[in-house]
Design a protein around this ligand. Structure first.
Ligand SMILES: [Zn+2]
Ligand SMILES: [Zn+2]
Length: 210
């Protein structure tokens, strides 16, 4: 598929958080990984069928690959020798991809996800990295069953998502964190069933016995 045929251009409203720079502070200027992106489709290529102009698209960390190689055919596009990163990848014409802080970006249709109308963009963007990072193993390892009791170790971006998905699946969730201050958010806001402080030996021993 030619680049023109596959392209869907987006967005003005782009959200690209998913990494921290060396200062530990999220910054649009100092780090290069921006791959949790949602935005509005502003134009589409001739063969695009999944999107219309005006739709909301989500993009993760890959925006292109060759298509016909064995890896691509087996849904292992991340091993494709021509895989194109959302950030710092180079399109065929040499144009560099700047990820989620671009005003506009070009992505193959295959790597764009149609976001339903009415989703809050800022709240949807984290699904494209932290979200899928938590969701994929929950499904792959069969942990999305109602009778499971999951432990979520550490409560950052991916941990938040793990709690939200696991609760949505109906599982019981215990958050294990080194920061006692996160208990309120884990339990009261996201509905975790219990919270353990990872350096509290007594608490951990209880759970080990259990
Ligand atoms: Zn990420
Ligand atoms: Zn390939």
């Amino acid at each position: 598929m030619s680049k023109a045929a596959a392209e869907a251009k987006q967005p003005v409203n782009a959200y690209g958080w998913a990494a921290r720079d060396s200062s530990g502070v999220l910054s649009p200027f100092n780090f290069s990984r921006r791959h949790e992106i949602v935005g509005q489709v502003t134009s589409i290529g001739h063969n695009v069928t999944k999107f219309r102009v005006g739709d909301i698209a989500g993009v993760g960390c890959i925006i292109g690959s060759c298509g016909p190689c064995d890896n691509c055919k087996q849904d292992l596009e991340n091993y494709c020798p021509k895989m194109l990163w959302t950030f710092n990848g180079h399109h065929e014409d040499g144009t560099r991809a700047f990820g989620g802080y671009s005003d506009n970006m070009v992505v193959e249709e295959r790597y764009a996800i149609l976001i339903p109308n009415g989703f809050a963009l800022a709240g949807t963007a984290p699904l494209l990295c932290a979200g899928i990072t938590a969701y994929s193993p929950l499904k792959y390892f069969g942990l999305s069953k109602l009778d499971r009791h999951l432990g979520v170790a550490e409560f950052g971006g991916v941990g938040h998502m793990a709690v939200k998905f696991a609760k949505a699946f109906g599982a019981k969730v215990t958050v294990i964190s080194s920061s006692p201050s996160k208990k309120k958010e884990a339990v009261e806001r996201l509905g975790a069933d219990s919270f353990l402080v990872s350096h509290n030996q007594e608490q951990l021993e209880v759970i080990i016995k259990y």
